[in-house]
Design a protein. Structure first.
Length: 319
């Protein structure tokens, strides 16, 4: 069965998920991002790879950080960027998602960056474009429901590779609300595809999916035991907006057991790095002393995110 993200030549035309994406494609994206990290240091922070192309940011769900980094990345590639105010768009007047897409294609859109609360929305758009003979218009998933956030997974992989070099020699712990986290799913698929020998999921039973072991992940319910000997610690925020019912007694109780403090971090390797996709809840999943401490690479993650999104957009557009 053909991967819907790849064309007949095996080239990336959409980025919808890291699940099922070949390791060589993931490595190609990460390698392509490396030279883009230095563009921010230039006087003119632009390259002409997407000059004349129109990139539409379709954010049906709020996200300042992701939308801003995609916008910066597209502008550094010299694209024309159009941010749609979805709250005031025709979809609130009854127009379907695909009708909206068709109208934007008629305005000569070249790429859609899509964030949606419904899992599968970017896949639906990509399949519609391919089916109607407009596969030259590309779709990048900027997060869909609980399903996937592939560019966040890629920038996390890039960060890990930058600081730790070979992901095939590491133990990586992902801590917190994995049940509701599309970031965790994408990172797990990326790490296992690239051959990371041990990926750990740490959290209370109520916040871990039941099928974690089928993803090749070791499950821990005790934070200290899960962090023992880890090279990388990825903290996740509690996704209260996606929770139904009381999955936790309180934020204070959660921090007591699963909040990352300097004392608990000491269980990991002395040179372990601490990551967080943001936004952070200080005093809930992470202590400020850790978030701002020597082990933290949280701000470089954001910087690397621009380079990785530049790489993704340039590759899917055929440059």
């Amino acid at each position: 069965m053909r991967n819907p993200q790849l064309n007949a030549n095996g080239e990336l035309t959409h980025l919808l998920t890291l699940e099922g994406l070949p390791a060589e494609v993931i490595r190609h994206i990460l390698d392509t991002a490396v030279p883009f990290t230095s563009i921010a240091e230039r006087d003119v922070k632009k390259v002409p790879l997407l000059r004349g192309r129109s990139v539409f940011n379709l954010f049906f769900e709020n996200s300042t950080r992701t939308r801003t980094t995609f916008e910066i990345a597209a502008k550094r590639l010299s694209a024309d960027v159009i941010n749609l105010n979805i709250g005031a768009s025709s979809t609130t007047k009854g127009e379907t998602l695909l009708d909206t897409v068709d109208n934007l294609v008629a305005m000569n859109a070249d790429m859609f960056v899509v964030r949606h609360s419904q899992s599968g929305a970017p896949h639906l758009i990509a399949a519609h474009l391919d089916r109607t003979g407009r596969g030259h218009v590309h779709v990048v998933n900027a997060g869909d429901g609980r399903h996937a956030h592939p560019t966040q997974g890629l920038l996390d992989l890039f960060t890990i590779r930058h600081y730790k070099h070979d992901v095939r020699e590491l133990t990586v712990a992902i801590v917190g609300d994995i049940l509701h986290s599309r970031v965790a799913r994408s990172l797990i698929h990326g790490l296992t595809t690239l051959g990371t020998p041990e990926v750990r999921a740490i959290g209370p039973q109520t916040l871990l999916p039941t099928a974690m072991s089928s993803l090749g992940v070791r499950v821990f319910h005790d934070l200290r035991a899960g962090l023992a000997g880890c090279d990388v610690v990825v903290m996740l925020r509690l996704q209260n907006e996606r929770m139904k019912g009381a999955l936790l007694p309180s934020a204070g109780e959660y921090f007591k057991h699963y909040g990352l403090t300097p004392e608990k971090l000491a269980c990991a390797k002395p040179d372990a790095i601490v990551m967080h996709p943001g936004p952070m809840n200080r005093g809930v999943e992470i202590d400020s002393a850790v978030a701002d401490g020597a082990h933290s690479v949280i701000l470089p993650q954001v910087t690397f995110g621009i380079a990785v999104r530049m790489a993704v957009m340039s590759i899917v557009a055929g440059n």
